[in-house]
Design a protein around this ligand. Structure first.
Ligand SMILES: O=P(O)(O)OC[C@H]1O[C@@H](O)[C@H](O)[C@@H](O)[C@@H]1O
Length: 282
């Protein structure tokens, strides 16, 4: 470990603390390879972590950036969002420079994952911070002898001041699957998407960059190799049903997820795929 990367604990669970000399800080949980908090240089924490999140080394942690793999949501036989967020990943690589820190966590198949999903794979999640940026990259390699396919997402919980006061820009004209309306396919007509009710949408063929604009700040969200963008907020009733969310938690969060859902990723033996999401605090 360098002094820019330390091992620590959060609520009894192992985390890596990343810091750059300019003051950017992130916490990454080994459970799920999940970024739990990210403070850009000179700023404040821009990721939502539920104060009721469960840290027991098994349950998925509510907040930060859960890694959904090898299945997005309930789109397949596995439990919601696959198993990667419920597994302990190992530190595979780390590097620090004058203005950046990067760590790579790794998860491979074992008897337990093969019982759920009969494939050999290696997944690596790289997290890099510096200045006002957070870069996250998920790479998956088919290490087996048969083809495999999966869906995936970086399920980013943005921390927002008041969800009803923000606007999501860049989605106009896109087709989306409205999960909150039985999976109906619709077209986005709004110039800016506002949130004043439950929203659970998978936007397809999304542009590389979208913007979440708040009254006094914004977040630029850039994705590569993730063709879908999921926008999710549970709103009052669904939030009340989530045991690991406070009643008013939905007001402080907005999930904007870089995802590959509509077209599963197909990997032949030996092939690999990567997808990236970057957040730029403005
Ligand atoms: O409660 P979970 O399993 O973390 O899922 C949260 C939400 O994740 C979103 O990605 C899905 O679109 C929602 O349908 C889902 O409710």
């Amino acid at each position: 470990m360098t002094d820019q990367i330390e091992t620590a604990e959060l609520h009894g669970q192992p985390v890596l603390k990343l810091q750059t000399p300019d003051g950017a800080v992130a916490l990454v949980s080994l459970h799920g390879a999940q970024v739990l908090s990210w403070t850009p240089a000179g700023g404040e924490d821009r990721l939502y972590l539920s104060p009721k999140a469960v840290f027991d080394g098994q349950t998925a942690i509510r907040g930060g950036v859960p890694v959904c793999f090898p299945q997005f949501a309930g789109n397949g036989p596995l439990k919601a969002h696959g198993f990667a967020r419920n597994r302990l990943w190992t530190l595979a690589n780390q590097r620090a420079g004058k203005d950046y820190v990067v760590v790579t966590l790794r998860l491979e198949d074992n008897a337990d994952t093969r019982a759920l999903w009969p494939h050999a794979f290696a997944a690596e999640m790289s997290v890099s911070i510096g200045g006002g940026r957070l870069d996250m990259e998920l790479e998956v390699t088919n290490t087996g002898k048969a083809p495999l396919s999966f869906t995936a997402a970086l399920h980013t919980y943005l921390k927002v001041r008041e969800v009803e006061s923000l606007r999501i820009e860049g989605l106009r004209g896109l087709d989306y699957t409205d999960t909150a309306d039985g999976g109906t396919l619709k077209k986005e007509t709004g110039v800016g998407v506002m949130v004043d009710d439950e929203i659970d949408r998978i936007y397809h063929q999304a542009p590389a960059t979208i913007l979440v604009r708040e009254d006094d700040r914004a977040m630029g969200i850039h994705a590569e190799n993730f063709p879908d963008v999921v926008v999710w907020n549970p709103w009052v009733d669904k939030c009340a049903r989530l045991a690991d969310m406070p009643a008013d938690g939905f007001r402080r969060m907005l999930c904007v997820e870089a995802a590959a859902v509509r077209e599963p990723i197909e990997l032949s033996p030996g092939a690999d795929w990567w997808g990236r999401q970057s957040l730029v605090a403005m």
